[in-house]
Design a protein around this ligand. Structure first.
Ligand SMILES: [Zn+2]
Length: 567
């Protein structure tokens, strides 16, 4: 493609509403154009990248035995009513009516549609296993679309669904998808971690997220420095810690702590450490009061607590309820004699003696022994911190951020049961199919690649997804010799199958180099003054230095660089 004909426009200034690098660079390089909040067009250069990412996904999905199809985005409400999600989606679903006032939506995700399709076509155990996928546009009315295509309202997603006879079959499909995902993200040149997205199951295999490491990401993650354990901060497991050694036999004793309600106030007043204290927090779980206990230096992880309780709502108890339950003002709740269910963190069980609220305004109790002075259910209910060890091997953990680009998930029979997706076994007995679902956010993955592959001059595309592999830049197009040599190299590369740009614009060399760097073309060949002596310059985008080459070697060297990058 000659750049005089290429439909593109670059920008020197950083757009003021773009907060993260990938959003800034996609706009500056002219890859996308904003149509409305969270809605973008992909311009020719950007669309080439998107198609390359899709091609890699497609190749690996096909290689894993999945079959591609395409479903509509405009969907009737009935399918979602059947699963109960027509209501559950709430405002996130784009809804509309047809001319006959029938309800439709723009598909936010397609579990229902795949389930009913398979229900209609596959009836026998002989039809299974089955993995279907599509690469298709999804719609979600995000409350806060931002970060460009990272969190947008219309986006391309690869979604796949597996259908198996039983859990063992699902395991096989799930592993095949896991392997395909690793190959996809490797080929895209991404540095990623696969995090366990299950709560409370050690190394759980029911749900994993493929998270691209990036400070621009919205997920907070912890990663072991030794064994590869990785998890979201919200779900990372905390271990019990050391059990108490022999303890003293002191009995609980009231200690006056007037006006000291917070951990900081109590430690300052009593001159103790925050680890000597336990805080008792009252919640309402599905409307019923429960107490959660963590050490003074810890915080309750409400997601873990909800998962442990199996409740669907959890909120802090209001002041009035606290007073009614504890008989004291807020700030003095404690476990001794507390008339509600108490869930205490694993660390509490191992603590020898604790200072806790006395359920009496202005007082705390010291020398309180778990198990002797109060009873609780013990569970991992705290937020992991920098001082926690890896739950798998005990080594130190590192905290970071990441972009969730892919997710694989064992659905089980949730949809097949509610929607009657049944197969008949060898004896003619019906069973619900066991399902898995597997997603990759394609636009988001494109942004994630830029987050990991850029410098101050622009994008540095991995060869596998670059919009063009090489650009030939005649430094002065008005110089006939330069123009001719550049044109020859361009033609030769084209005939040898290279995706190549010729920057034949009558612009200053500096402008052309800046554009090539901003757009992120991996290989650049500069045809300048030395062309008359038979020399051109060869430069890789990710290297600082250019090197000189004889003109007749240029095409071979470019091809070699493409080949090397692919392996
Ligand atoms: Zn570890």
């Amino acid at each position: 493609m000659k750049m005089t004909q290429l439909f593109f426009k670059t920008m020197r200034e950083t757009p003021s509403d773009a907060e993260i690098i990938s959003h800034q660079l996609m706009l500056r390089a002219g890859l996308i154009r904003k149509q409305a909040a969270g809605i973008y067009s992909f311009m020719p250069l950007g669309y080439r990248v998107l198609k390359k990412i899709e091609a890699i996904i497609r190749e690996e999905m096909d290689a894993a035995g999945a079959q591609e199809l395409i479903m509509p985005s405009l969907l009737p409400a009935e399918s979602y009513r059947e699963s109960g999600r027509w209501d559950a989606f709430g405002d996130e679903m784009f809804r509309l009516k047809d001319r006959n006032q029938r309800d439709f939506c723009l598909g936010p995700t397609h579990e229902e549609i795949f389930t009913e399709t398979v229900r209609d076509y596959a009836r026998s155990y002989r039809d299974l296993p089955l993995i279907l996928y599509q690469i298709q546009t999804k719609y979600r009315d995000e409350i806060r679309p931002r970060f460009g295509v990272m969190r947008s309202r219309e986006f391309v997603m690869k979604d796949a669904y597996s259908f198996d006879r039983d859990d063992d079959g699902l395991d096989v499909s799930y592993r095949a998808m896991d392997k395909a995902y690793r190959r996809i993200f490797d080929r895209l040149g991404l540095d990623y971690v696969v995090i366990d997205a299950d709560t409370g199951t050690m190394g759980g295999s029911g749900s994993q997220e493929f998270t691209v490491k990036s400070e621009a990401g919205e997920s907070e993650i912890v990663q072991c420095t030794e064994c590869g354990y990785a998890a979201s901060v919200e779900k990372a497991q905390c271990v019990a810690g050391a059990k108490a050694e022999a303890v003293d036999s002191m009995q609980p004793e009231y200690v006056a702590t007037p006006n000291a309600r917070t951990i900081a106030e109590v430690t300052a007043f009593l001159g103790c450490r925050d680890t000597d204290l336990a805080k008792t927090i009252l919640y309402k779980a599905d409307g019923k009061p429960v107490a959660a206990m963590v050490r003074g230096d810890r915080e309750v992880n409400e997601a873990k607590l909800m998962s442990y309780l199996g409740c669907s709502s959890l909120e802090m108890a209001d002041e009035e309820s606290v007073t009614t339950i504890t008989g004291a003002e807020v700030g003095f709740a404690g476990p001794v004699g507390l008339p509600v269910r108490i869930i205490a963190d694993l660390e509490i069980e191992g603590s020898p003696r604790l200072i806790v609220g006395a359920n009496r305004t202005g007082f705390h109790l010291k020398h309180v022994a778990p198990g002797r002075d109060f009873n609780a259910e013990y569970a991992d209910i705290r937020i992991i911190t920098g001082t926690d060890p890896c739950p798998r091997c005990g080594a130190a953990l590192e905290f970071g951020r990441g972009i969730e680009a892919g997710h694989i998930f064992k659905l089980g029979t949730k949809y097949s049961e509610s929607m009657g997706c049944i197969y008949l076994d060898e004896t003619g007995t019906g069973h619900p199919m066991v399902m898995g679902c597997y997603g990759i956010g394609v636009n988001r993955t494109m942004a994630a690649i830029i987050e990991q592959h850029h410098d101050e001059n622009g994008i540095i595309w991995p060869m596998s997804v670059a919009p063009y592999q090489a650009v030939i830049v005649p430094v002065n197009v008005l110089d006939e010799k330069q123009a001719e040599i550049a044109d020859n190299i361009y033609s030769e590369l084209q005939s040898r199958g290279v995706e190549v740009l010729l920057d034949d614009r009558n612009e200053r060399a500096g402008v052309k180099f800046k554009d090539a760097d901003l757009i992120g073309i991996p290989i650049r060949v500069n045809v300048g003054r030395k062309a008359a002596e038979g020399l051109v310059e060869f430069k890789l985008r990710h290297e600082d230095k250019a090197r000189e080459l004889p003109v007749d070697m240029a095409a071979d060297v470019v091809l070699e660089a493409i080949k090397t990058a692919r392996t």
